[in-house]
Design a protein around this ligand. Structure first.
Ligand code: PLP
Length: 455
């Protein structure tokens, strides 16, 4: 075992770390972060890192934002808590719901608050079921997601997620209401010589076939991230959402856009739906909604769904769903202030302006001997590391090349996230052009070190 510091030893002795190889962790130990400023964080040993994944795709405005800190303090000293159950309310929740209604890329009647992205997507599933019971279509309950999608980890959200590690030995997906259609990753799943447009058309045919196999009257909704994040940063092929939406429209299937990562400027538009030509019926939000200064998620509810919820309340006597901390006053106040800053600073416009540089430096890494594909959009990127560039042969997963590369990149002063053997990059939206250079210089050095390690 490495010579761990006392706080690291205590961590190993007392914490279960999410998304961590609990076995190798006992040897590698934790990186304990102690402070953050701008796009940088510092660990307990005094090492400073550029936070190249914005925490977990969430710290859009970086660390130490005084306006947000003041907002949190002010709200805590005015009204530290009230819930929204039974008609209780508070001003920040009202203001934030109103603001989201105006901004959302879909028709919104009301906004429902949660504490996380997983709870937002769980609520989407429950609302889709509730809606179809209310409108007398009790068979219309299945939700279609996609292979490699990431929608969270609660039982319904994890069932929507299309990644083996979220299913294996958790007995998921749960029941027979969660289906997964093909993954829109051209590099991995297109046939030899197949154009992006032809690949998209084939994926739409796959979806149509799945719907018909199951019976269109059994399908309630389709859920998709505009750009897949935690499944490996997968940008859809040309024309993809256009043909997918045409299929859904044929069968009266709702489109839920999971904007948990792509919401609030990440792709250079306020919402990912706008960048990808999606016209959703509802969106899920979290992460950048408060720039991660406090936990908060949200779901938009369309008028037809709200009408159905009203009918159910008349029948049952209440809308029986809600989280104690959903729309917490401090989180909601932070949400209001965060959105104010995004608008004032034109954050989406800023991303659109600096994204070409980010994408140019990202795509230049496709020449690196370890990189099979460099892909991305806006201020998000993925580098898929492969054993053989020519054949796209992946590494044996048991070699943990992605995790080892991430550790070497961290030694160069950059935090990124290994997703299997894909390196995810998603810096705070406030990153400057010089810091983009710093990020990619460190990444390059780390990849060179990883190349030496594996060859
Ligand atoms: N949806 C997407 C697209 C996500 O990326 C995530 C988290 O990474 C979630 C949902 C789940 O959010 P949370 O971790 O807040 O539950």
């Amino acid at each position: 075992m490495p010579p761990f510091q006392p706080d690291q030893q205590e961590d190993i002795a007392s914490l279960v770390h999410p998304y961590t190889n609990l076995s190798t962790f006992r040897e590698s130990g934790p990186t304990i972060l102690t402070s953050g400023e701008g796009v940088y964080v510092t660990d307990s040993e005094g090492n400073r890192y550029l936070e190249g994944l914005a925490g977990l795709w969430c710290t859009a405005l970086g660390y130490g934002n005084e306006e947000l800190i003041e907002t949190a303090k002010e709200q805590l000293s005015t009204l530290s808590f009230t819930h929204l159950f039974g008609g209780k309310s508070h001003e920040p929740a009202i203001e934030l719901a109103e603001k989201l209604k105006q901004m959302a890329p879909c028709p919104v009647s009301k906004v429902f608050f949660t504490c996380s992205g997983s709870e937002a997507n769980d609520s989407q599933v429950k609302l889709a079921w509730y809606y179809n019971n209310a409108r007398g279509k009790p068979e219309k309950k299945k939700i279609i997601s996609r292979v490699k999608a990431y929608h969270g980890v609660t039982i319904a959200s994890a069932s929507l997620t299309g990644l083996p590690n979220n299913h294996l030995d958790f007995d998921l997906p749960y029941g027979d209401r969660f289906l997964h259609t093909s993954c829109p990753h051209h590099y991995r799943f297109a046939e030899a010589g197949e154009s992006e447009l032809d690949f998209s058309a084939r994926l739409a045919e796959d979806l149509d076939a799945l719907i018909n196999r199951e019976g269109p009257d059994t399908i309630a909704a389709f859920i998709a991230e505009p750009v897949m994040g935690a499944g490996g940063v997968i940008v859809p092929p040309e024309g993809y959402f256009e043909v997918i939406q045409a299929v859904l429209a044929k069968y009266d299937i709702l489109f839920i856009a999971d904007e948990v990562i792509t919401g609030f400027g990440r792709l250079g538009t306020m919402f990912g739906s706008e960048a990808l030509g999606i016209e959703p019926d509802s969106i899920s939000l979290a992460k950048a909604l408060t720039s991660a200064y406090a936990p908060l998620g949200a779901v938009t509810v369309s008028e037809p769904v709200y009408e159905a919820m009203l009918d159910e309340s008349e029948k049952i006597g209440t809308f029986g769903h809600g989280f104690t901390y959903g729309g917490h006053p401090m989180s909601a106040a932070l949400g209001v202030k965060t959105l104010e800053i995004y608008e004032r600073e034109n954050i989406a416009g800023r991303v659109a302006k600096i994204a070409p540089k980010f994408q140019a430096r990202l795509k230049a890494l496709s020449d690196h001997p370890l990189v099979g594909e460099a892909r991305g959009m806006g201020l998000i990127g993925g580098l898929e590391l492969v054993a053989d560039k020519a054949t796209k042969q992946p590494f044996d997963p048991k070699q943990f090349v992605g995790a080892k590369a991430a550790a070497l990149i961290q030694k160069e002063g950059l935090i990124i996230r290994p997703i299997g053997d894909t390196i995810g990059i998603c810096p705070p939206l406030i990153i400057t052009e010089d810091q983009i250079d710093e990020l990619f210089d460190a990444l390059h050095r780390g990849l060179d070190a990883a190349e030496e390690m594996v060859r």
